[in-house]
Design a protein. Structure first.
Length: 344
């Protein structure tokens, strides 16, 4: 890419999300999502590699299908009701179709197959963008139409996403695919609660983004392409010590921040007499915890054969931006005491 194109594309991705999330009209929201998608495609295809081209094609096709469904369902609703407003999606068929389209955009089960493949063909920086910033606009649109969302459908697909995200990640050795399945599981938790308590769903997304950012920043800094790399990363930098608590927080272990949204979601589901679904969701979170524990175990408790004469290679220059990592890692590990103030 030419040097000027990178800031232009980044600006386009940023403005597309802001445009879609702040819109009140379905056509404007669709326009923001399209701008977002079209600006991200060159960023995915930036590495001159066949896998990057494949990832770009898969991303384009899935997002194009989702965009067509958004346009079709909003037009159907406008034909039926005469309204293009986000909160007036009262036609049942249009609402179901719009929900499916936004779930394709977010990458929840059973429309999740594109996400691990696209992340595997992207750079780590682009994968961070796809798993965090790209989720904001579709989730904001789901939040706007929360009163019209089919509760049984979102609850079923949310539990399915949590289960598939856990099962899919257990067998992965590629770090990017593992984080993709982790993203699917987190989106499942958001879907479960979005019709019952949209505010908790938004809190879950915020905490998910805060937890995902330091995870990717550490993975980028340590060059962890596979789980095998994590077993020798401890010789490289002392920052590796942050990886284990961050992974445990993503798994939802107390007393870390990741436990907060799970506690609030399960509390709300039990209050709404949905105890069986809450039990299944809690069991599904254990599946995700398995592969986080495996990655943390490989990083901190295994010692492979090393030919280096010194145990540590910590005389290194800091070539990365440490402030975002420091802030997000601190919030990821230490925000649980704020939970009582969030419970109504």
């Amino acid at each position: 890419l030419p040097p000027l194109m990178l800031p232009i594309l980044t600006f386009g991705v940023t403005m597309g999300t802001i445009f879609a999330a702040s819109s009140h009209h379905w056509l404007m929201a669709w326009l923001g999502l399209e701008l977002n998608t079209l600006c991200l495609l060159p960023l995915i295809s930036k590495p001159k590699h066949p896998r990057a081209t494949e990832a770009t094609t898969k991303y384009f096709l899935t997002q194009a299908i989702a965009s067509a469904l958004i346009m079709f369902s909003s037009t159907m609703n406008a034909w039926e009701t005469g309204q293009w407003h986000l909160t007036q999606l009262s036609n049942n068929y249009a609402c179901i179709m719009m929900t499916i389209a936004l779930m394709i955009k977010v990458g929840t089960a059973p429309m999740h197959f594109w996400l691990p493949e696209v992340l595997q063909g992207s750079t780590m920086q682009t994968a961070l963008l796809i798993t965090t910033w790209q989720k904001i606009a579709p989730i904001a649109l789901l939040y706007s139409m929360a009163n019209h969302l089919p509760t049984k459908m979102t609850m079923t697909l949310g539990i399915l996403s949590a289960l598939i995200g856990g099962w899919g990640g257990i067998n992965q050795i590629q770090t990017r695919k593992l984080l993709a399945y982790s993203s699917i599981a987190h989106m499942g938790w958001t879907l479960m609660i979005i019709t019952i308590s949209p505010s908790i769903a938004m809190l879950n997304i915020m905490i998910y983004i805060i937890m995902t950012t330091p995870t990717f920043l550490l993975v980028i800094q340590l060059s962890l392409k596979t789980l095998k790399d994590s077993s020798i990363a401890w010789t490289t930098t002392p920052t590796i010590i942050l990886l284990m608590p961050i992974l445990m927080s993503r798994g939802g272990l107390p007393p870390l921040t990741g436990f907060t949204p799970k506690l609030l979601i399960l509390n709300e589901m039990v209050a709404q007499k949905m105890t069986p679904m809450a039990t299944i969701a809690a069991i599904a979170s254990l599946l995700s915890l398995v592969f986080y524990l495996r990655m943390a175990y490989l990083t901190t408790m295994t010692l492979p054969p090393i030919t280096a004469t010194s145990a540590m290679k910590w005389r290194l220059t800091t070539k990365y931006l440490s402030l975002p990592l420091a802030i997000t890692a601190t919030v990821t590990m230490m925000s649980l005491p704020m939970t009582p103030s969030l419970i109504p």
